[in-house]
Design a protein around this ligand. Structure first.
Ligand code: FAD
Length: 476
């Protein structure tokens, strides 16, 4: 006999028990809770799951299942269209309600799913928790979304603080038996031959516990020097919470409240950190406003831009073999650790778009496939920001010089030496421009350009002029 009081709890990008409003509401409904994670067909607004994040997802789901089991519950895995799966579970268990946390990157598909479920007599109860604030609350005087970050941040200041986070439950009521689940291993989310993700676990612990550890590290360090240090890739000044946030293993409200105690000690650092967290909200606001953000220029003037595509250049960029050390260090950091420092993301993205004139969408795709924190809003909005095609974007004519950026933000070359070890013995003067080093200096450092390390694939000065010329054509 089906249990009519069962509640379906549908996990999406909220793989946590802490501060999970949908979970709490499902428990409050007083019947058995049936947690499910659905592997859905690719959704055009979001794009396919990247290979690096698939690795993370596997471990995150395994950790979530273990945690649920420790509270007397379980996690069912199913593949298919979400509405079909939910209707099937409801039919088998008698559940009449599905509980979810809103996922603002999927408002279009969720609208369709809600209609299908309503037709099948199943109610959806949706809750907030993915962002600091629901995008509906931060609007301009005329009711539209903010297109510029600073007024967005100012408007956020006028709101109440983000909601107080809800603690994890102590137990979860369970049905006598959970519906049949697919085996997580059968989803083949982990790479095998070759296992290019082998190094990831040295840097990361996917799952809620790993997220809490990173948060504790941040608080133990008092966010000291965040405002200045966050721009230097060789300094460990940032939180590295982004992969955990991307799959919702921690809520931004939890981070916000956990850092409240730092206000007296390091006010400037704290405000700056919160402004970065708010950038994440801003990116989601843009995506809600313009669900085609991944595929279309926000500023349609860029539709006429004449991108070029040279496969050899693109391949050199992906492999960290462009001949520009700071670019190569970033691309190799990404490949080896599944992460890249924010400053270097801007430099490498600028290099692809402006030095190589390759369409930002190629870069977005590569980052989505290789970043552990690949995020449907932050990745697309930031790529458009660098390209100049986005809302509140960096103007196209602001072109990063990879040598000067390296000298400014990696002044001793420590970051480059770490990720581009074939240059590690070069003196500081040439670490960001080995192509300018005299032969005896190169020989002394064991560097043979074109053999041990590539010559630059493009001359930056020439590339800069070419990019500005292409941009001029656009305006005319
Ligand atoms: P911290 O400095 O500790 O910041 C705290 C949190 O604030 C981050 O975890 C992140 O959630 C948020 N945040 C910080 N900077 C930004 C930003 N510029 N935009 C949006 N949110 C921000 N971030 C992603 O989470 N996923 C992506 O796919 C992604 N792609 C990017 C692509 C490009 C081309 C660029 C330039 C930036 C991208 N970012 C992305 C933003 C940023 O680089 C990362 O959020 C940051 O490096 C994560 O490291 P952290 O957690 O130590 O950051």
């Amino acid at each position: 006999m089906p249990d009519t009081a069962s509640a379906i709890l549908w996990f999406r990008r909220d793989l946590r028990l802490d501060d999970n409003a949908a979970l709490h509401a499902a428990i409050d409904a007083a019947g058995p809770v049936i947690p499910v994670y659905i592997r859905e067909p690719v959704q055009p607004d979001i794009g396919p799951l990247g290979a690096a994040q698939a690795w993370w997802l596997h471990h995150s789901l395994a950790a979530l299942k273990d945690k649920l089991k420790s509270l007397g519950s379980d996690l069912m895995f199913a593949t298919g269209k979400a509405d079909d799966i939910i209707i099937d579970i409801a039919r088998k268990t008698g559940a009449k309600t599905v509980y979810v946390n809103r996922a603002y990157e999927r408002t279009t598909v969720d609208r369709e799913i809600a209609i299908a479920l309503k037709d099948a007599g199943i109610a959806i109860r949706a809750f907030h928790g993915q962002l600091l604030h629901d995008p509906k609350l931060i609007r301009t005087g005329s009711g539209s979304a903010f297109k510029v970050y600073t007024p967005f941040w100012n408007a956020m200041q006028k709101l109440h603080e983000p909601h107080g986070p809800i603690a994890s439950p102590k137990s979860i009521p369970s049905p006598e038996s959970h519906p049949r689940s697919e085996a997580l291993d059968s989803w083949n989310l982990l790479p095998t031959k070759p296992n290019w993700a082998a190094g990831f676990s040295r840097h990361w612990t996917p799952g809620e516990a790993g997220a809490q550890e990173k948060l504790e590290d941040l608080i133990d360090a008092d966010l000291h020097d965040y405002k200045r240090g966050r721009d230097f890739p060789a300094i460990d000044a940032t939180s590295r919470l982004s992969p955990h946030l991307a799959l919702g293993e921690i809520s931004p409200a939890r981070i916000w409240h956990a850092t409240n105690g730092l206000a007296d000690k390091h006010r400037d650092d704290l405000v700056h950190y919160r402004k970065e967290l708010a950038w994440r909200d801003f990116c989601y606001n843009l995506l809600v406003e313009f669900p085609d953000l991944r595929t279309k220029n926000w500023d349609d003037k860029f539709d006429a831009f004449e991108w070029e595509f040279n496969a050899a250049d693109f391949s050199a960029w992906t492999k960290g073999m462009t001949g520009y050390p700071i670019v190569d260090a970033g691309m190799r950091e990404l490949w080896q650790t599944g992460y890249m420092h924010n400053r270097v993301r801007m430099i490498t993205a600028s290099f692809l778009i402006k030095d190589l004139l390759i369409d930002w969408r190629r870069g977005e795709e590569w980052f989505r496939d290789t970043l552990l924190d690949a995020d449907p809003a932050s990745n697309t909005a930031n790529w458009q920001w660098v390209a100049g095609s986005g809302a509140d974007a960096s103007p196209f004519f602001r072109i990063f010089n990879p040598i000067l950026q390296g000298e400014k933000f990696d002044p001793d070359g420590d970051y480059v030496r770490h990720f581009v070890p074939e240059l590690k013995d070069l003196p500081k003067k040439y670490i960001h421009k080995p192509f300018e080093a005299p032969n005896h200096v190169l020989a002394g450092a064991g560097v043979e350009l074109g053999k041990t390390y590539p010559k630059p694939i493009v001359n930056h000065g020439m590339a800069r002029d070419r990019a500005l010329e292409a941009y001029k054509g656009l305006k005319g």
